[in-house]
Design a protein around this ligand. Structure first.
Ligand code: G6P
Ligand code: MG
Length: 221
């Protein structure tokens, strides 16, 4: 049976994926690099510095900046992002998520947060959802980011559960790959194209249905 549900944050619990996109675009404008939503899919679930490196490569500017300059660019983006998330309130919880969290709790499942974002705990607080989560993985404690399974494996461990007893919920391709590589059942939120590796997917959070997920999980075991 499913005993643990491990959630990504940005783009699953609240629409901060959009804020990350805006903040990176603003930074791109400052340094003369443009990119679209299709390229942005590659940044979802990816750490701040790795995202910056991908953007610089995309603009053929990977060798133009020293490490110290890159740190400054990443800080600039994060300052911008932090201003955007200051406005977050519980009304910004994505549709269906509160119901889904309650359904998981009602089934006795334990919840964990597996976000690559260092801003994750502050966002959960702003959404007033901190108490739902038994554990939050500290992304600073990880060697490898998504698509490596480390973050989901660590969440399972902190919940004292085996990977096969857990499911992961993600909106990023790298995130789905991370869940699958951890040996967990993967639940995707996104387009059919970006979620083709997920064990089950919905196009938006409103459609998350715990009973359907449990049924599909059972069929696959
Ligand atoms: C999540 C988001 C990424 C973001 C990363 C780091 O994985 O999907 O877009 O780059 O967190 O976030 P941070 O808030 O630490 O810059
Ligand atoms: Mg995400």
């Amino acid at each position: 049976a499913i005993k643990g549900v491990i959630f990504d944050l940005d783009g699953v619990i609240t629409d901060t994926a959009e804020f990350h996109y805006r903040a990176w675009q603003d930074l791109g404008e400052k340094i003369g690099i443009t990119f679209d939503r299709a390229f942005n899919e590659n940044l979802k679930g990816i750490s701040r510095m790795d995202s910056l490196n991908l953007i610089l490569e995309h603009g053929n500017k990977a060798d133009d900046y020293s490490d110290a300059e890159k740190e400054a660019l990443a800080t600039d983006k994060n300052d911008d992002y932090k201003t955007l998330i200051e406005e977050i309130t519980p009304t910004d919880i994505l549709p269906g998520i509160q119901t889904f969290l309650d359904a998981c709790i009602a089934k006795g499942m334990k919840l964990a947060l597996a976000s690559a974002s260092k801003n994750g705990p502050a966002i959960l607080d702003r959404l007033e959802l901190t108490d739902y989560f038994e554990v939050t993985v500290d992304p600073a404690s990880l060697k490898n980011g998504k698509p490596d399974p480390e973050i989901f494996l660590k969440a399972a461990k902190l919940l004292h559960l085996e990977p096969f007893e857990c499911i992961g919920v993600e909106d990023a391709e790298a995130g789905i790959q991370s869940i699958n590589a951890a040996g967990m059942f993967s639940v995707g939120v996104g387009s059919p194209e970006s979620m083709k590796e997920a064990d089950i997917f919905v196009e938006n959070t409103q459609e998350l249905d715990l009973e359907k997920i449990i049924n599909k999980y059972k069929k696959m075991r």
